[in-house]
Design a protein around this ligand. Sequence first.
Ligand SMILES: *Cc1c(COP(=O)(O)O)cnc(C)c1O
Length: 341
Amino acid sequence: MIDLRSDTVTLPSDEMRQAARDADVGDDVYGGDPTVNELEARAAELFGKEAGLFVPSGTMGNQIAARVHTAPGQEALVDAKAHVYKWEVGGFAQLSSLQVRAYDAGERGAPTPEQVREGAREESLHIAGTGLLCLENTHNARGGIAIPKTDIDAAAQAAHDLGIPVHLDGARVLNACVALDEDPVAMAEHADSVMFCLSKGLGAPVGSMLVGTEEFIEDATRVRKQFGGGMRQAGIIAAPGLVALENIDRLADDHANAKILAEGLDAVEGLSVPTPDTNIVVVDSEAAGMTSDEFVELCESVDVLGGGFGEYHTRLTTNLNVSREDVEEAVERIADAVESR
Ligand SMILES: *Cc1c(COP(=O)(O)O)cnc(C)c1O
């Protein structure tokens, strides 16, 4: 089975399992887990922020950030295809009483400064005001595009000029940094908070990180407790996270494999596959007369797994458990299956 459903499907390495077994632990709700503390310090340092917080999932990290940055009733300015808007079960509304105002970031993935100014609403007697700009990099629903620092900075600075804080949903921001050869510190420079996932391309079994100022993380720690994310001997799962941080440079392998996969499939009659920036390959099977459901089923019939990504679009995501040989094999199997339909 070649599993390309997501980069979350990776299994922990022997080294991660060993690290979990051997981790020094304590009660993290009391701040007493040395392994969690080390992971939080390393994450903060990686992005040049004052402090970090270990959270169970990327979703919780984003939701905590939104709660800390905003007041109830305010608007959150997000892309129409943002993960926080499409795939977090209405969390902004339910957990932080936010209204979402969506812009269309198009293929750029980030709003222009003009879009930020147009979308921002100033507080008044009648208006709750904009409490947050949330950016996403890489942009998942827009095909894993790696957004350059200049575009992130321009949007963030436009928000800051209006007194609006900026959160970066950086579930895969390290993929963006590797693809663009950008320092994570520079990428995060104008974001007030950043969330990134250990459990995606980096291969950890569980966990994400939130980083920001000391004051932000202090508030975030209280909200994490309220959301039920206070964990006790969490060093057991933080230890594989520390090992996962060694996997940053090898994200380039996933990107190279994604290019091979995309080029191979694009050569198949009826499939249209743009060259990916990172590890997310989006296959358009409309010209082959197949909906995404049909294409996913066809792939499954030859033991390749992918995920629906719109009516005619399917997402295939390269990851740590998939080799170059595997993607070449996947191309062959899918090409044969499409041609012999
Ligand atoms: C996966 C993802 C998340 C959520 O992370 P989970 O750990 O699955 O909750 C948030 N934002 C983006 C862009 C993602 O791709």
